[in-house]
Design a protein. Structure first.
Length: 267
């Protein structure tokens, strides 16, 4: 070891440029080793919880295991596509949002899918029937109070006996005919909708607390979920078909990009 050190000192004394080349080479090798490592995409619990919360708000229920896996997959896919946009230098010329960059990369990858024939659309409609079902609907009357009503049992008894109760004004009115359950959930919250679903048709219940205030409510009529006819939803079927075709191409590219990264999902 001492001989090696002495030899290196001798070389450095005779030709310092060789030492410079050696140091530069070592720096290059270090840079190559660092840059060659796959980057990591983290999916921490906080992000997973946010994704689940957004899903629950839209769907009205917490995501199951399959839905959670899909949420994480889509999050990672967007992150991969965003990084691909940056790698392509798109951020240098387009000062738009992250989502716009992702959308641009999607289009660059998939392009414009060919116009589908009628047989393809009918086939997609037939194999995705659950997408084209009208959701259950409710028609209801309610009496609204901004604050918890005083003597609520007496007010409920009056309504149940056919009398009237004067409440506060409500911006959507007191008669809500043929509302989809997702709209009612968005307006009043899931607990309010659950109470309506359990109530007997034609019977006043309450007071129910909602995200707006307090209500006495009576479901007048219910409409069951029903399959929508193809001609009524053809434009939506076409849009969904094209989105699926584009998505398949993008998913193939995402799978290729994933090989360049280490995906770490926090347990």
């Amino acid at each position: 070891m001492r001989r090696l050190v002495a030899m290196l000192r001798g070389i450095a004394a005779r030709d310092p440029f060789i030492v410079f080349l050696g140091a530069a080479g070592a720096i290059f090798l270090l840079y190559w080793a660092v840059s060659a490592r796959r980057e990591t995409i983290d999916v921490p619990r906080s992000v997973q919880q946010s994704l689940s919360d957004d899903y629950a708000m839209m769907a009205g229920k917490a995501p199951d295991a399959a839905a959670k896996a899909k949420l994480i997959h889509d999050y990672v896919a967007d992150e991969l596509l965003f990084r691909e946009a940056v790698d392509r230098g798109m951020h240098m010329t387009d000062k738009t949002t992250k989502q716009r960059l992702i959308d641009r990369v999607r289009f660059l990858i998939a392009g414009a899918p060919p116009e589908p024939g009628e047989d393809a659309l009918i086939g997609y409609y037939a194999t995705h029937r659950d997408l084209y079902r009208a959701e259950p609907r409710l028609s209801l009357t309610h009496v609204f109070f901004e604050k918890a009503p005083v003597d609520a049992p007496a007010l409920l008894a009056r309504l149940q006996s056919g009398g009237t109760v004067k409440g506060d004004d409500f911006w959507m009115g007191h008669d809500l005919p043929d509302y989809g359950v997702s709209m009612l959930r968005g307006m009043f919250g899931a607990p309010f909708l659950d109470a309506l679903n359990k109530a007997q048709t034609g019977t006043w219940i309450g007071p129910l607390r909602s995200t707006r205030g307090w209500h006495f409510a009576r479901v007048r009529d219910r409409g069951a979920a029903a399959m929508l006819p193809y001609l009524a939803v053809r434009d939506q079927v076409k849009q969904d078909y094209l989105a699926a075709e584009t998505g398949a191409l993008v998913d193939k590219e995402v799978a290729r990009l994933e090989e360049r990264y280490h995906i770490r999902v926090e347990p």
